[in-house]
Design a protein around this ligand. Structure first.
Ligand code: D41
Length: 685
């Protein structure tokens, strides 16, 4: 079929536009049009290409989605060998000095000679990649392999948004090989693992969580099914080049990086020019300070001689250039041994297994504990006392046991089992159907929960009792001075001064803080009670809706469900809390002690927006778990049903949606993706 000239032009124009907006979005992180607008252009191009398959070009933005499942990867011989990089073993500042001294000696520089100019860059913890562009189009992406021969992973790399499929700008060399690192951001990694955990919890076989972002990135790059690779979000940064034919000539590493940037490749903002060892040291220190706050893992910084002529003069030994070095940071993963597995009891009675570790220096701090999350996680990782384990601490994330070194297990090490009683108070600990956690049933009888409950009540966002910290609460609960919340307001100077390390002045300050806290608001008081599932915003909603505490205490589940954003789980929890006579007793005593707030008239709320609507969920949504989606829908008044019928108003379908989606389509029921669901909830709200 002949392609009308208008359509040909439109397709070309659309491709250009989409390349431009993708660059804005992925590389510059500065979206120039709304996502929906991008999608519209994308779909228009897709439709044109479907109509006239001859229009389709390999660099079309529609081709990012990847193709058929591969049998294996083809081998690629690199035109220019991919060297490795020498590692400076000295972690201290002297590492930078050593490198500078070596370079100066090799170049025959004397003491009074000017400093050498360097480029300092981040050392990304990912996989080295060679991207080959011919006439500005991406034709091949290959892994480093052994430096001589790598693997052709073009299909998977095409799905990486930050990798331009087509370069833009002036003087693009006819052949340009760009080298850089493919990596996974920490937030993408956490999301991916969360998704994997859910799949496993739902009984999926052959699924696993990933140990770290590097590992997840490596798995995604070597994934034979591009559809799966696409669900593993990768990023890319350019830091070098391989074969270049034609195009302008360059004198420095930095100029070349600027050219790559101008052609549309992502170059890190933190790549800088540096003069001599002093600048390198300052860079190492500054990056080291910022490391935890970066959105991705780095394992150090890299220094490179800037002048290409000097690089040539320096040459390389074996396979490592003399003009570059990697200066490492303290590792974010370390080996250590598990001395014990303890159970921590939280405010809501949640029991968390925690590995007590032989102290180890990881990611810049000494770590002595690492969470094992819950029974299933502890079982899956099969951590046992005496085991040698890999501990990871990256960013602000709490330290985690990543895996056990199986070869080092001591014979006879017993498998970990969750206790069925609370280690603090001895009450039964139960794990309810569909829940991941064991909970102590002791409530405020449990010392651990009592301490946490008091701290929660006294915190700034609740009653805001000044001067009441963790140590003091521990001390007072252990000494038996306070057992319940109202006891706080019955403390006298004598009780307090009798405590160890408590002077009269601090005791008086605490009493003043307590006195002041009595004058509060209903949302603060409600939040301070520590009712499960009632956070600050729910406390506000409840207070607004009912106006008075008594009304909330008397409300049944039905009435509670009328509150905006309150779904069945929250309603059930609030109701159950006020059904407990001892909770009612605590509230009465607090009021008797003088805790007070201003009550108001209930605020009439509009009826819930999705009341009367029936929704069916199917498949895996990209970010929301099934339970979260259900709770959000129910909170908006919808009924969430298990099967599709003519009465269904919407089907929310995620990945691997099966027969329910087909049925919805057959019946003409509206089908939404996660974004559609969010819009429905937002529009409805
Ligand atoms: O960010 C990195 N991981 C990084 C790796 C970097 N910033 N620069 C690098 N420079 C080189 C040379 C000096 C050989 C061009 C590298 C690597 N190589 C490299 N990564 C893996 C093997 C070699």
């Amino acid at each position: 079929m002949a392609i009308p000239a208008g359509d040909q032009e439109r397709a070309d124009a659309l491709r250009e536009l989409l390349h431009h907006h993708a660059h804005q979005y992925y590389v510059l992180d500065a979206p120039s049009i709304p996502d929906a607008e991008y999608d519209k252009l994308f779909r228009e191009l897709q439709a044109l290409e479907e109509k006239y398959p001859e229009l389709l070009t390999p660099d079309s933005p529609t081709q990012r989605v990847g193709g058929a499942i591969l049998e294996g990867f083809a081998k690629v011989r690199h035109q220019v060998a991919m060297l490795s990089i020498r590692t400076e073993t000295d972690i201290e500042a002297s590492g930078a000095q050593n490198f500078d001294l070596r370079v100066r000696r090799e170049l025959g520089l004397k003491e009074g000679d000017p400093p050498v100019e360097y480029v300092a860059e981040l050392k990304f913890d990912g996989l080295a990649m060679n991207l080959r562009y011919e006439d500005g189009r991406l034709v091949q992406a290959a892994t480093r392999g052994d430096g001589e021969i790598g693997e052709d992973v073009t299909q998977n790399i095409r799905t990486v948004g930050q990798v331009p499929l087509k370069l833009h700008g002036k003087d693009i060399p006819p052949v340009l090989e760009v080298r850089g690192e493919v990596y996974m951001r920490r937030d993408d990694f956490e999301k991916l693992n969360e998704l994997q955990r859910e799949k496993i919890a739902r009984g999926a076989k052959n699924e696993k969580t990933f140990v770290n972002p590097r590992n997840a990135a490596a798995g995604a790059v070597r994934q034979l099914d591009p559809a799966i690779a696409r669900q593993r979000p990768l990023s890319f940064y350019a830091y070098g080049w391989g074969q270049i034919e034609g195009g302008p000539t360059f004198e420095t590493h930095y100029e070349l990086l600027q050219a790559l940037k101008a052609w549309g490749l992502p170059v890190s903002e933190r790549t800088v020019l540096a003069n001599g060892a002093d600048d390198l040291i300052a860079y190492h220190q500054a990056v080291g300070r910022d490391r935890d706050g970066l959105p991705f893992d780095i394992d150090g910084v890299v220094y490179k001689v800037n002048s290409l002529a000097l690089q040539k003069q320096l040459g390389f030994v074996t396979r490592e250039p003399r003009w570059a070095v990697a200066h490492k940071f303290p590792a974010q993963e370390q080996l250590t041994t598990v001395e014990a597995i303890d159970i921590y009891v939280g405010r809501t009675g949640k029991l968390t297994p925690v590995a007590r570790l032989q102290p180890v220096f990881v990611g810049g701090v000494t770590v002595t504990n690492a969470t094992l999350h819950n029974e299933d996680e502890a079982r899956r990782k099969d951590v046992r006392v005496g085991d040698t384990v890999i501990v990871r601490r990256a960013g602000d994330v709490i330290p985690e046991v990543v895996s056990v070194v199986a070869e080092k297990r001591v014979p006879g090490a017993a498998q970990f089992t969750m206790p069925h009683t609370c280690p603090v108070c001895g009450s039964a600990a139960v794990r309810e159907e569909g829940e991941a956690d064991y909970r102590c049933t002791g409530g405020l009888f449990c010392g651990a929960q009592r301490k946490q409950a008091i701290l929660h009540f006294a915190q700034r966002r609740a009653l805001d009792v000044e001067g009441l910290g963790e140590k003091l609460v521990d001390q007072m609960v252990e000494a038996g001075v306070i057992r319940t919340l109202p006891d706080l307001y019955r403390l006298g100077l004598a009780n307090l001064v009798a405590l160890e390390r408590m002077g009269e002045k601090s005791a008086q300050n605490l009493l003043a803080g307590l006195e002041q806290s009595k004058s509060t608001t209903l949302p603060r008081f409600l939040y301070g009670l520590g009712i499960r599932h009632v956070g600050e915003s729910t406390a506000r909603d409840l207070a607004r809706h009912f106006g008075k505490l008594d009304a909330i205490m008397e409300a049944g589940v039905e009435r509670l469900l009328e509150v905006p954003d309150v779904g069945p789980i929250v309603a059930e929890s609030v109701h159950a809390f006020f059904q407990q006579p001892h909770n009612v007793e605590v509230i009465e005593q607090l009021r008797a002690c003088g805790v007070h707030w201003e009550e108001s008239e209930p605020v009439a709320q509009a009826p819930k927006p999705l009341t009367g609507k029936t929704v069916v969920l199917t498949g895996t949504l990209p970010t929301l778990s099934r339970d979260e989606a259900k709770e959000m829908l129910e909170a908006a008044g919808a009924k969430v049903a298990g099967s599709v019928s003519k009465k269904t108003d919407y089907v929310v379908a995620g990945a691997e949606a099966g027969s329910k989606l087909e049925k919805a389509q057959a019946l003409g029921v509206a089908v939404l993706d996660e974004e559609g669901l969010r819009k429905l909830l937002a529009g409805a709200a």
